[in-house]
Design a protein around this ligand. Sequence first.
Ligand code: NAD
Length: 351
Amino acid sequence: MKILVTGGAGFIGSALIRYLLKETKCEVINVDLLTYAGNLDNLKSVESHRNYTFEKIDIRDRFAIDEVFEKHQPTKVIHLAAESHVDRSIDGPGDFIETNILGTYTLLECSRKYYQTLSNTSKKDFIFHHVSTDEVYGDLEGTECLFDEEFPYSPSSPYSASKAASDHLVRAWYRTYGLPTLVTNCSNNYGPYHFPEKLIPLMILNALEGKPLSIYGTGEQIRDWLYVEDHAKALYIVATKGRPGETYNIGGHNEKTNFDVVSCICSILDELVPKVDKYADLITYVEDRPGHDVRYAIDARKMKEEFDWVPKETFQTGLRKTVIWYLENSEWWRRVDSKIQTRSRLGVKNK
Ligand code: NAD
């Protein structure tokens, strides 16, 4: 099976490719433009694998994408390439509209053209799997309600609005053109190789350097956290077993406030890298992000019922692994740091 992965040099895409090459026999074609968020260091452990090919291509480049389909003849597409950082979307939404909406449109059109050339047997295997976010659903009221696959869309930020638009395009290409597509909407991921502008790595690294741990507003925003390797496995399962036209919500059953997340990081660091002062003394509060949703939480029952998928990591085990990874891989994050101006320039980030 040949899987064309877009955005494979990013945080989740690289976890997926490492999973595919280590745990399955799939051939992988990684299509990535290597924007600021793309990093081939994330794939060092698999870069010389005989089943791996890298193509540095912009998903908006229709001609180049057509060529990739023709050359590699993929069995499936798992589409992750996107602009993914909410704060950047507020500062400058243009790239989000271009990549997330127009890029997805281009990929859909290239897939449709390619699909028409396939034999009936290959058509049965083909799937365009679009990787999306729980942020498309918007703010959840109260503490009980969960996002299931039928939940209405109500995105709040330019990022989530652009992802919502791309989800709609993917479903329309299924309905209108019969292209076999499916969508997964996942909660916040965390784990190794996470770009240090996002909440968890930013807090770990700032704490280690004794910098302020700035939390938006009161820190009461709730997110559901999923360890990235659990997501990678779920993506493979859905891409190979999911039904065309369906949506699957993927979550970690780990609802935490931002304050809880930062506190947990501080406790783990107090234990692993003790200092005279407690790391939590570094916590400060900064003005809230505009349009900041209060709560997201996923109902992942369909994943359990259809595929018996449940996350392996709890928040405690996954966060501990993550902190240890950053402690042991300073070479990786120092190289990333050297390419960005300063890690805390944009304040605290949580996707
Ligand atoms: P990321 O920002 O780490 O990686 C995005 C990758 O896409 C990068 O490698 C980048 O170089 C590439 N890319 C960007 N624009 C491109 C273009 N025009 N052409 C080709 N490649 C391009 O993102 P991530 O956190 O790994 O997220 C991956 C996907 O998962 C995104 O679609 C995101 O919306 C979705 N998602 C992320 C989370 C999360 O918590 N990070 C949760 C749910 C869903």
